[in-house]
Design a protein around this ligand. Sequence first.
Ligand code: HPA
Length: 271
Amino acid sequence: MEQIYNIAVEAIKKRCGIIPETAVVLGSGLGTLADAVENGISIPYEEIPGFLASTTPGHAGKLLLGRIGKKPCVLMQGRFHYYEGYRLQDTVFPIRLFKLLGVKTIVLTNAAGGINLSFEAGDLMLIRDHINFSGNNPLIGMNEEDFGPRFPDMSHAYSRRLNGLMRQAAEICGIRLKEGVFVMMSGPSFETPAEIRMLRMIGADAVGMSTVPEAIAAAQCGLETVGVSCITNLAAGVSDRTLSHEEVLEAGLAASEKFKNLLLQFIKMID
Ligand code: HPA
């Protein structure tokens, strides 16, 4: 394993005594879960060796360690995207670091465009599976055997057990949780209406520019993963609206209370 991982683990352990069991990656406009962290220790990404810089508006660029209820957690306030020009291998550095820190469960969240015609802006969608349409894969290159096999199985990338818990959490919160297949496009341009029609034909329900590389890296190193998309807009061509990042952030913020409640309930229920 590259030395940089050990250096990063030591840097975090020196700042914070907590050994996190659950990691949450917060998507665009979905950062409010951070308010629920008690006695949190916040570390800017630039102070963590191996971390990239978070350049996207709506992504704070901080790691937050602390407890949510009784659960020791680590939250990524902002993630790294392929469209920022980074190598996918580097964008999943935090996922592998979480594994080394002792994390067992990872919650991946994102803002996404709704492809499924029954979806509305503001809906939350449990990610049952994904399609990697990014044109790349974070595991390309020399395999780091310490993180898992060269050819990892992806049949159970999204944990059935955690999916069940997320459904229960939604029911307790009175949230109608949609479900579906998430597809990743590289971005940063939004899709064309023709691309959205194609993505619907191949079985996608929601589209975004993140999450899939993280889910692949998590599956390889044996982290139990659950994913939730916040449908911030109807995808291109589904409605006549012009798409913008500002609209995505606003819709994320509008849904963030619901989102926070769902995740708090879910975190309470995982063991
Ligand atoms: N397309 C791609 N990514 C997105 C979208 C979208 O419509 N909305 C939020 N992230």
